[in-house]
Design a protein around this ligand. Structure first.
Ligand code: TXA
Ligand code: MG
Length: 550
C-alpha cells in the first residue's frame, strides 16, 4: 500500500482536510495527530475498517478502541445513560487528554469495543484532527499509532517507522504537546475508577469528581488470572528491544545508584541534570527532574531511541507519582514489565559550594559536627591523580607529556597548559568530571555514613550537585569576604578583591543551588552558631521531605 503523507497546518486548509476525511469515510486507515500521541484512525462504525486497524497494529482483538469525536455534543449519538458527571468533565477538560468509559448504544460495533458493552469516548485537543473528524462525519476509532507492544508515537517520524506502507495516510500535525496517552476514567461504576493514568493528572479529576478509585493495573503487574478493566493494561507494552529496569527513589538517590551500579554498556534514560555524570554510557534525557510536563513529552521518544543502538539493557530514572509523574512512571514501569530497583540508600548527601572567603568551611565544620563525612573535591582530585591510572591516561591522551614515563603526573605542566586557555580548561573539566563523581559516590558509600557532604567549587558543572539531596551556596558581602581572605592569606585588599572577582559571583552560585546560606555574621562565634542552626534545620527538613515520599 502506498501511504500518503499530509502536512496540514490549520483547520482552515479545507482541501487537505477534505482529502484526509475522505480516507476515513471510505473505510481507510489514517494516522492522526492528537495532543497526547498519534492515533491510527478509522470509521469506528465500519467493522471492516476497524478490522484493518487491528491488522495494521498486530493488536489483540479483545483490546477495545477509543472513539474520537469533535465535541461533547456527539456523546449521546453513541452512548446511553450518560451521567451528569460526564458533561461536567467534558465542560472542564475537553478538548483534552481525558477518555471516559460510558455505556454504548447497540449499533456501536462490538469489534470496536472488544466485545464490551461500554465504549471509551474522547475529544482530542488538536484542531486539525477535530476538523477532519467533523468533515468525515463519523466517530473515529483510534488506538495509538504504534505497532502493538511498541512505545507510542509522538512524532510523524515515529508513525512512519511503524506504519509506512500499511495504512492509507498519515497527517503530520507536529510533535505531540502532551506526549503520553489520555487518562482513562470509567464512569459506569461508583466511585468512578481510573483505568489508565495519562495526560490529565489524577489530582485534577479528583478535584471535580471527589473520590476516584485506582485500578490495580495502574500501579502494578496483574497476575495471569486477573482481568483488568481496561483490557489493554494486561499486555506487554511500550517495550524497547532491550530489557528495561526502572530505578525508584528521589532523583538524587537514583542518580547515586546509577553512578555506582550502571554497567558501561547500558543505555540510560535520565533527567537532564544527570547526563554529564555518565559520559561513557548511551544516554537519552527526558527533561529536568522537576519538569514532568517535559518528561511526558519525551518519554516515548526515549524508549524508542535505544532500538537504534546496541545497548544490552536500559535503566531509567523515574519521577514521583504526583501530577503527570503517575503517567510517566506508569509508562516506564510498563516498559520494564514492572521490574524496578529501589535506590533509597538511607544516606543524606548535601553539596556545598561558594566563592573564596564566603565561609563555606564554617558550614562544613558544623555539618561534620553532626557526624557527616565530608569529601573535599579539590583534595580528592589530587588524591585521584595519584591513584587513578585511567584518569592519568585520559589526561595524557588530551595533554601529551603531562604524565612522565614512570606514571607521575606533572601538575605544574598541566596547570601551565590550561591556564588562560578556555578550550583546554573545558577539556580538562570534561575529563575530570567523567572520573570524579563516580569516585566521590563510591567514597561516600564505602564510608557507610548516614550524612555526607560534597565540597566543590564546580558542584553544578561537574554534575555532582544533581547527586545531592540538597545543594547549598554559601554567599557573603564582598567586603566581608575580602577581610577574611586578607586575614587568612596575609595579602592586600586589592589582591583579595582580585581573587574574589576572578570567580563566579555569589548570585551565580546561589542560582545553581537549592539553598543559600548568607554568611553576614559579625564575629566568628556568631557565624558558627548560625551555621549550626542552618545545617540542622536543613537536615531536618530533608529528612521530613523524604519521609513524605519526596
Ligand atoms: O491518548 C489516547 O488515548 C490515544 C490517542 C490516539 O487518542 N489513544 C490510545 O488508544 O491510547 P489505545 O488503544 O492505545 O489505548 C486505549 C486503552 C486500552 O488500554 C484499552 O484497553 C482501553 O483504552 N479501553 C478502550 N475502550 C475501553 C472500554 N470500553 N473499557 C475499558 N477500557 C477500554
Ligand atoms: Mg496504545
Amino acid at each position: 500500500m502506498n501511504t500518503r503523507y499530509f502536512t496540514i497546518q490549520t483547520p482552515d486548509d479545507a482541501a487537505q482536510i477534505e482529502a484526509a476525511a475522505e480516507i476515513l469515510r471510505r473505510g481507510g486507515l489514517l494516522a492522526i495527530p492528537t495532543e497526547t500521541v498519534y492515533g491510527l484512525g478509522a470509521d469506528g462504525l465500519n467493522e471492516k475498517a476497524v478490522a484493518g486497524i487491528f491488522e495494521a497494529k498486530g493488536r489483540p482483538q479483545d483490546n477495545p478502541l477509543i472513539l474520537h469525536i469533535p465535541s461533547a455534543d456527539w456523546l449521546t449519538r453513541y452512548c446511553k445513560d450518560v451521567p451528569e458527571t460526564a458533561y461536567r468533565l467534558a465542560a472542564r477538560f475537553w478538548p483534552g487528554p481525558l477518555t471516559m468509559i460510558l455505556k454504548k448504544r447497540e449499533f456501536v460495533p462490538l469489534r470496536t469495543t472488544g466485545g464490551l458493552d461500554t465504549v471509551g469516548m474522547r475529544c482530542p485537543d488538536h484542531a486539525v484532527t477535530r476538523a477532519i473528524i467533523e468533515a468525515a462525519g463519523v466517530p473515529v476509532a483510534a488506538p495509538s499509532a504504534n505497532t502493538s507492544g511498541r512505545p507510542s508515537c509522538t512524532t510523524a517520524a515515529h508513525v512512519r517507522a511503524d506504519m509506512d506502507g500499511k495504512i492509507n495516510g498519515v497527517v503530520d500535525g507536529g510533535d505531540c504537546a502532551v506526549g503520553v496517552e489520555s487518562t482513562i476514567i470509567d464512569l459506569t461504576c461508583d466511585p468512578p475508577r481510573l483505568l489508565r493514568p495519562g495526560g490529565l493528572p489524577l489530582e485534577e479529576l479528583r478535584a471535580v469528581l471527589g473520590e476516584v478509585a485506582l485500578d490495580k493495573a495502574v500501579t502494578g503487574q496483574l497476575s495471569a488470572d486477573e482481568k483488568p478493566r481496561a483490557p489493554g493494561m494486561k499486555y506487554r507494552h511500550y517495550a524497547p528491544k532491550a530489557p528495561v529496569t526502572v530505578v525508584t527513589g528521589t532523583a538524587a538517590e537514583s542518580g547515586r545508584w546509577l553512578r555506582a551500579n550502571a554497567p558501561e554498556d547500558a543505555g540510560l534514560i535520565l533527567f537532564d541534570e544527570f547526563a554529564p555524570l555518565f559520559p561513557s554510557q548511551t544516554v537519552r534525557t527526558i527533561g529536568a527532574a522537576a519538569d514532568k510536563r517535559e518528561q511526558a513529552r519525551r518519554v516515548f521518544d526515549a524508549l524508542r531511541f535505544f532500538d537504534d543502538t546496541d545497548v544490552s539493557e536500559i535503566y531509567a530514572q523515574c519521577p514521583d507519582a504526583s501530577g503527570l509523574g503517575l503517567a510517566v512512571g506508569n509508562r516506564l514501569k510498563k516498559a520494564a514489565g514492572f521490574k524496578t530497583v529501589d535506590a533509597r540508600d538511607g544516606a543524606l548527601v548535601l553539596g556545598f559550594t561558594g566563592g573564596t572567603g564566603a565561609g563555606k568551611t564554617t558550614l562544613l565544620r558544623a555539618f561534620e559536627g553532626m557526624g557527616a563525612v565530608i569529601v573535599d573535591c579539590d583534595a580528592f582530585y589530587y588524591e585521584r591523580l595519584r591513584c587513578d591510572e585511567r584518569l592519568r591516561a585520559d589526561l595524557n591522551a588530551a595533554f601529551p607529556g603531562v604524565v612522565s614515563p614512570d606514571g607521575e603526573l606533572d601538575r605544574r605542566k598541566l596547570g601551565e597548559l590550561v591556564f588562560g586557555n578556555a578550550e583546554r580548561l573545558a577539556e580538562l573539566d570534561r575529563i575530570v568530571f567523567a572520573h570524579l563523581p563516580r569516585a566521590v559516590v563510591r567514597r561516600i558509600a564505602e564510608s557507610g555514613a548516614a550524612l555526607a557532604g560534597i565540597d566543590a567549587v564546580k558542584l553544578t558543572e561537574s554534575g555532582l550537585g544533581a547527586l545531592c539531596d540538597a545543594t547549598v551556596a554559601v554567599v557573603a558581602p564582598e567586603a566581608a569576604r575580602a577581610k577574611r581572605i586578607m586575614a587568612r592569606d596575609g595579602i592586600s585588599e586589592a589582591r583579595a578583591l582580585e581573587r574574589i572577582r576572578a570567580q563566579k559571583s555569589g548570585e551565580a552560585f546561589a542560582a545553581a543551588c537549592t539553598h543559600v546560606f548568607e554568611n553576614n555574621a559579625e564575629s566568628v562565634e556568631e557565624a558558627q552558631i548560625k551555621a549550626e542552626q542552618f545545617i540542622s534545620r536543613l537536615v531536618k527538613e530533608i529528612k521530613e521531605d523524604k519521609q513524605h515520599g519526596g
